[in-house]
Design a protein around this ligand. Structure first.
Ligand SMILES: Cc1cc2nc3c(=O)[nH]c(=O)nc-3n(C[C@H](O)[C@H](O)[C@H](O)COP(=O)(O)OP(=O)(O)OC[C@H]3O[C@@H](n4cnc5c(N)ncnc54)[C@H](O)[C@@H]3O)c2cc1C
Length: 386
């Protein structure tokens, strides 16, 4: 790992910064968990794509820039520095896209990747079911082969963005006699197909951040299968690695929150409280440490390595850090946290409260932190399963 940037990387950063300064909307977009906000975010994604910045590490032929992962980290730093909008197609660009690159046929790559990069098709992730959350191998939704189609039945739940998304990638049981993770298949399902019903679920903040999805004899062609029939578990584990380990939450997101926390601390004149000061400094240092750790991981990946069980360490680290930063902000703001966003003394309190509510879910989504601790215990520390 070389801690200095090359002249080419500096030039890449300057180019990204200049484009973002000229293009990031001056007013924040509405929440992408509303119909209007979703449309605004999709339009922003198209603009990013038009500038060639939608997914910089993807090959040019699929709508990327052919950059390497170090440049992707640099782009993310500039993206958060510019205060650019959240990525409404994060499931597509950060999770499904890399999985298709690893497991897709040439036809699937050509069919799906450019539309993901342009956010012409926005994706939801359909893994969880009412009786299969942490225990994903308990999936019950079925996909039975009928000629050249799979026929889908069952239910998915907690699918983020699905209320407004176009497509869903999900795991279905294709062998009814199979047990656990054997017999699951990874399928790509259009959400407007006959037999698919999407019901929005309101989140803690009242917005339709999730949906539950019902399948009643919905038909999906054979060519929508990613990987082998009954081989979906391996494909999904690759997706989970991207989700927990690297792509879904780049360090820049937390460095940006840490800097906002330092600014808040100073602006509120909270320096007199030394315990609080220590917590703020600790948060800032942890965000920097996470960034350095990610540079180390990326250096290893560029040398041909793979991301393995350490993805679980990352996931615990970033989710607990995010929660701690937001809790600290609320402590600094005190009773002002409860002010309406436009109250004169609110000074941005509303965004910290929103962020806090969302940070509460960090230890749950992408696999709960208890499950990550199990993975670490068994696969990194070599402890017995029971
Ligand atoms: C903001 C958010 C977004 C989400 N987006 C999506 C999405 O887009 N698509 C999708 O498919 N799902 C999504 N989910 C669902 C998420 O993946 C599940 O909530 C999560 O996997 C936990 O499953 P569960 O809710 O069924 O809880 P359960 O699995 O029932 O777990 C309940 C509690 O028991 C603990 N527990 C369970 N098993 C063990 C064990 N073996 N050892 C120790 N502790 C255990 C868990 O850690 C948890 O604390 C999202 C969730 C949230 C909060």
């Amino acid at each position: 790992m070389d801690l200095r940037y090359t002249p080419e990387q500096d030039a890449f950063r300057a180019e990204a910064r200049a484009w973002l300064v000229g293009n990031v909307p001056s007013e924040p977009l509405r929440s992408f968990d509303t119909a209007e906000g979703f449309a605004e975010h999709r339009a922003w994604e198209r603009r990013l794509h038009g500038g060639g910045w939608a997914m910089v590490p993807w090959p040019v032929e699929y709508g990327g820039r052919g950059a390497d992962l170090i440049e992707w980290l640099i782009f993310e730093e500039e993206y958060y520095r510019a205060g650019a909008p959240g990525r409404v197609n994060q499931n597509g660009i950060f999770l499904l896209g890399p999985t298709i690159m690893e497991y897709g046929t040439p036809e699937q790559k050509a069919r799906y990747l450019p539309k993901i990069a342009a956010s012409e098709e926005v994706w939801a992730q359909g893994w969880s079911e009412p009786n299969a959350g942490s225990d994903m191998a308990a999936i019950q939704a079925t996909a039975m082969l009928d000629g050249d189609h799979y026929v889908l039945n069952g239910q998915k739940t907690w699918a983020s963005r699905a209320a407004f998304a176009d497509w869903l990638f999900g795991m279905f049981r294709t062998d009814p006699d199979s047990e656990r993770h054997r017999g699951l298949t990874f399928l790509l399902v259009p959400l407007d197909a006959p037999g698919v019903t999407v019901r929005p679920i309101a989140q803690l903040d009242g917005e339709a951040g999730f949906a539950e999805i019902f399948f009643d004899d919905a038909r999906v062609p054979l060519e929508n299968r990613l990987g082998q029939e009954n081989g979906g578990w391996g494909v999904a584990m690759a997706t989970a690695g991207f989700e927990r380990g690297l792509m879904l939450r780049s360090p820049a997101r937390f460095q940006r929150t840490a800097q906002r926390l330092v600014d808040l601390f100073r602006a509120q004149g909270a320096e007199v409280d030394t315990a609080l000061r220590d917590t703020v400094v600790r948060c800032w240092m942890d965000a920097e440490a996470y960034a350095l750790e990610t540079y180390r991981t990326v250096s290893r990946l560029l040398g041909g390595g793979k991301i393995g069980a350490e993805a679980s360490l990352n996931k615990i680290f970033w989710s607990e850090l995010d929660l701690r930063m937001h809790e600290t902000a609320l402590e600094i703001l005190g009773a002002r946290t409860d002010l309406l966003p436009d109250a004169p003394a609110a000074t941005g309190a509303g965004s910290w409260l929103d962020g806090y509510l969302f940070s509460l879910s960090g230890p749950i989504y992408a696999g709960t932190n208890e499950i990550q601790r199990n993975v670490i215990a068994e696969r990194i520390l070599g402890l017995p399963r029971s």
